[in-house]
Design a protein around this ligand. Sequence first.
Ligand SMILES: C[S@@+](CC[C@H](N)C(=O)[O-])C[C@H]1O[C@@H](n2cnc3c(N)ncnc32)[C@H](O)[C@@H]1O
Length: 285
Amino acid sequence: MPSWSVKNLLVRRAHAGAEGDGGSSVPPSLPIPPFEMRQLVGPTDPAMFDNLSGAPIFADMPDGAYDYVFDFGSGCGRLARQMMQQSPRPTTYRGIDLHHGMVKWCQENLTPANPDFIFAHHNVFNPGFNPDPSLPRFAPFPIEDGAATLMIAWSVFTHTTQRQTEHYVKEAARVLDDRGILVSTWFLFEKRNFPMMQDFQNALYINEFDPTNATIFDRTWLAGLLSSAGLQVILARPPWIRGFQWELHIAKKGQGTQVELGEDLAPYGKKPPPVVTQDPSKIGN
Ligand SMILES: C[S@@+](CC[C@H](N)C(=O)[O-])C[C@H]1O[C@@H](n2cnc3c(N)ncnc32)[C@H](O)[C@@H]1O
């Protein structure tokens, strides 16, 4: 059973990444997702869903990066909404998420504003968000080989289990264009500090009822996983709170220069996933 029914308590996804409180107003033409959906993905301030400067949400991308954007774990369209306001706007955008209500909201509220932005339900099991136990634990991406010039997985591999991550990293390598970039975030630890872990155990889970609440991977294991998929890290931004999320830009081997992750020397702090009290799978359905 999902954690919320066992303890009448739901622990929301960890913070989705974009930090700070802009306080800007929202353009009236683009709807803003309801508060309870914003809560499911992290930042609730509407300004965090906006991009009033119109600058590309990820700077320093190669030419053509926004030709075909694949957004894995698109949530309630926070990044899609920001990219609708940027120049260059993605020529093609595909977003998938396992939460049915958030995908439906994006289909009904964002696609009409820009039909190049398409959202699809990725119907895989999740203890809180898509709790039908008969569903598969993972599935292929609905994206053609080599199509994605930019794949985004923002605050998503921080919620996938080890088995799911192994699958989805291989899928990322399959769907990336030869010059494509995967922008992703990760919680990482050093397994050498945990001598009780077996060779095949490379993830830590903070929630005994819902392991996808937050997942933390051994950084050496991740480097090996990426390498075996033909991928490498070409940019690594360390966390701003010690142990919080790394931003990793990942490309196919031979594209760009591989970088080491370096040390996490950020100041200590706290950033636990907030607690919500309603069944998240019902929101928006
Ligand atoms: C913390 S939210 C971040 C959402 C969005 N990327 C953003 O930055 O606003 C994580 C999202 O990933 C989705 N997700 C997690 N695992 C997934 C999976 N295996 N397949 C599809 N979506 C997944 C969740 O449903 C949730 O919407």
